[in-house]
Design a protein around this ligand. Structure first.
Ligand code: GDP
Length: 131
Protein backbone atom coordinates (compact mmCIF):
# COMPACT_ATOMS: atom_id res chain seq x y z
CA UNK A 1 0.00 0.00 0.00
CA UNK A 2 1.30 3.44 -0.91
CA UNK A 3 0.02 5.29 2.15
CA UNK A 4 -1.94 8.59 2.06
CA UNK A 5 1.06 10.75 3.01
CA UNK A 6 3.05 9.64 -0.04
CA UNK A 7 0.04 9.93 -2.36
CA UNK A 8 -0.70 13.42 -0.99
CA UNK A 9 2.90 14.54 -1.55
CA UNK A 10 2.89 13.30 -5.15
CA UNK A 11 5.30 10.39 -4.68
CA UNK A 12 3.07 7.69 -6.22
CA UNK A 13 4.87 7.60 -9.56
CA UNK A 14 8.36 7.56 -8.04
CA UNK A 15 7.45 4.74 -5.65
CA UNK A 16 5.80 2.69 -8.42
CA UNK A 17 8.90 3.18 -10.56
CA UNK A 18 11.18 1.98 -7.75
CA UNK A 19 8.97 -1.10 -7.22
CA UNK A 20 8.94 -1.79 -10.96
CA UNK A 21 12.70 -1.40 -11.33
CA UNK A 22 13.26 -3.78 -8.42
CA UNK A 23 11.61 -6.52 -10.51
CA UNK A 24 8.14 -6.77 -8.99
CA UNK A 25 5.19 -7.59 -11.24
CA UNK A 26 2.11 -5.50 -10.45
CA UNK A 27 -0.67 -8.11 -10.44
CA UNK A 28 -3.38 -5.68 -9.32
CA UNK A 29 -3.51 -1.98 -8.49
CA UNK A 30 -6.16 0.55 -7.47
CA UNK A 31 -6.24 4.04 -5.99
CA UNK A 32 -9.02 4.62 -3.49
CA UNK A 33 -9.97 6.10 -0.14
CA UNK A 34 -10.76 3.76 2.73
CA UNK A 35 -13.01 4.34 5.74
CA UNK A 36 -11.70 4.43 9.30
CA UNK A 37 -13.45 1.15 10.06
CA UNK A 38 -11.84 -0.48 7.02
CA UNK A 39 -8.47 0.71 8.34
CA UNK A 40 -9.32 -0.66 11.79
CA UNK A 41 -10.09 -4.07 10.31
CA UNK A 42 -6.90 -4.05 8.29
CA UNK A 43 -4.73 -3.14 11.31
CA UNK A 44 -6.70 -5.35 13.75
CA UNK A 45 -3.46 -6.97 15.01
CA UNK A 46 -2.37 -3.55 16.29
CA UNK A 47 -5.67 -2.80 18.08
CA UNK A 48 -4.02 -2.72 21.54
CA UNK A 49 -1.16 -0.43 20.48
CA UNK A 50 -1.29 3.20 21.71
CA UNK A 51 -1.02 4.56 18.15
CA UNK A 52 -3.89 2.43 16.75
CA UNK A 53 -6.48 5.21 16.62
CA UNK A 54 -4.09 7.76 15.06
CA UNK A 55 -2.84 5.17 12.57
CA UNK A 56 -6.39 4.32 11.41
CA UNK A 57 -7.32 8.01 11.18
CA UNK A 58 -4.19 8.61 9.07
CA UNK A 59 -4.86 5.65 6.77
CA UNK A 60 -8.36 6.95 6.09
CA UNK A 61 -7.25 10.59 5.66
CA UNK A 62 -6.97 10.50 1.87
CA UNK A 63 -6.51 8.31 -1.17
CA UNK A 64 -4.00 5.48 -1.07
CA UNK A 65 -2.80 2.96 -3.65
CA UNK A 66 -3.48 -0.72 -3.04
CA UNK A 67 -1.39 -3.27 -4.89
CA UNK A 68 -0.71 -6.96 -5.21
CA UNK A 69 2.91 -7.58 -6.15
CA UNK A 70 4.55 -10.77 -7.36
CA UNK A 71 8.23 -11.78 -7.42
CA UNK A 72 10.52 -14.51 -6.07
CA UNK A 73 11.09 -13.64 -2.38
CA UNK A 74 8.60 -10.80 -2.81
CA UNK A 75 7.90 -10.32 0.89
CA UNK A 76 11.52 -10.15 2.04
CA UNK A 77 12.58 -8.10 -0.98
CA UNK A 78 9.79 -5.55 -0.58
CA UNK A 79 10.49 -5.19 3.15
CA UNK A 80 14.10 -4.45 2.22
CA UNK A 81 13.09 -1.94 -0.44
CA UNK A 82 10.69 -0.25 2.03
CA UNK A 83 13.28 0.23 4.78
CA UNK A 84 12.75 0.38 8.55
CA UNK A 85 9.34 1.37 10.00
CA UNK A 86 10.90 4.55 11.39
CA UNK A 87 12.34 6.48 8.42
CA UNK A 88 15.01 7.93 10.72
CA UNK A 89 16.47 4.41 10.98
CA UNK A 90 15.84 3.38 7.36
CA UNK A 91 18.75 2.62 5.06
CA UNK A 92 19.79 5.11 2.39
CA UNK A 93 17.93 4.60 -0.89
CA UNK A 94 14.93 2.83 0.65
CA UNK A 95 11.41 4.08 -0.06
CA UNK A 96 10.85 5.13 3.55
CA UNK A 97 14.20 6.93 3.74
CA UNK A 98 13.37 8.85 0.57
CA UNK A 99 9.68 9.54 1.00
CA UNK A 100 8.49 9.01 4.61
CA UNK A 101 8.02 11.87 7.06
CA UNK A 102 7.56 10.05 10.38
CA UNK A 103 7.22 6.63 12.01
CA UNK A 104 3.45 6.80 11.42
CA UNK A 105 3.33 8.57 8.06
CA UNK A 106 5.89 6.25 6.54
CA UNK A 107 4.86 6.13 2.88
CA UNK A 108 4.35 2.40 2.35
CA UNK A 109 2.97 -0.80 3.85
CA UNK A 110 4.14 -4.28 2.89
CA UNK A 111 2.90 -7.61 4.21
CA UNK A 112 5.30 -9.21 6.68
CA UNK A 113 4.65 -12.89 5.88
CA UNK A 114 2.92 -15.24 3.46
CA UNK A 115 -0.01 -15.78 5.81
CA UNK A 116 -0.59 -12.07 6.41
CA UNK A 117 -0.15 -11.38 2.67
CA UNK A 118 -2.92 -13.88 1.88
CA UNK A 119 -5.28 -12.23 4.38
CA UNK A 120 -4.37 -8.69 3.27
CA UNK A 121 -4.80 -9.44 -0.45
CA UNK A 122 -8.22 -10.92 0.27
CA UNK A 123 -9.12 -7.90 2.39
CA UNK A 124 -8.76 -5.42 -0.50
CA UNK A 125 -9.15 -7.45 -3.69
CA UNK A 126 -11.66 -9.86 -5.16
CA UNK A 127 -10.29 -12.89 -6.99
CA UNK A 128 -11.38 -11.55 -10.40
CA UNK A 129 -9.17 -8.46 -9.89
CA UNK A 130 -5.97 -10.54 -9.74
CA UNK A 131 -4.73 -10.95 -13.28
P1 GDP B 1 5.66 -2.05 9.41
O1 GDP B 1 5.44 -3.52 9.21
O2 GDP B 1 7.09 -1.62 9.15
O3 GDP B 1 4.66 -1.19 8.64
O4 GDP B 1 5.45 -1.72 10.96
P2 GDP B 1 4.40 -2.27 12.06
O5 GDP B 1 3.64 -3.46 11.54
O6 GDP B 1 5.15 -2.42 13.35
O7 GDP B 1 3.40 -1.05 12.28
C1 GDP B 1 2.37 -0.79 11.36
C2 GDP B 1 2.31 0.70 11.11
O8 GDP B 1 1.95 1.37 12.31
C3 GDP B 1 3.64 1.35 10.70
O9 GDP B 1 3.95 1.21 9.33
C4 GDP B 1 3.39 2.79 11.08
O10 GDP B 1 2.57 3.47 10.11
C5 GDP B 1 2.59 2.64 12.38
N1 GDP B 1 3.46 2.65 13.56
C6 GDP B 1 4.34 1.69 13.96
N2 GDP B 1 4.95 2.03 15.11
C7 GDP B 1 4.45 3.26 15.44
C8 GDP B 1 4.69 4.16 16.53
O11 GDP B 1 5.50 3.88 17.44
N3 GDP B 1 3.97 5.32 16.54
C9 GDP B 1 3.07 5.63 15.55
N4 GDP B 1 2.42 6.81 15.64
N5 GDP B 1 2.83 4.82 14.51
C10 GDP B 1 3.51 3.65 14.45
Amino acid sequence: IIKPDAVRKGHTGAILSQIDQAGFRIVAIKRQSISKSEAEGFYYVHRERPFFNDLCAFMSSGPLVLMVLEKDSAIADLRKLMGATNPASAEEGTIRKKFAGSIQENAIHGSDGEDTAAVEIGYWFAGYELI
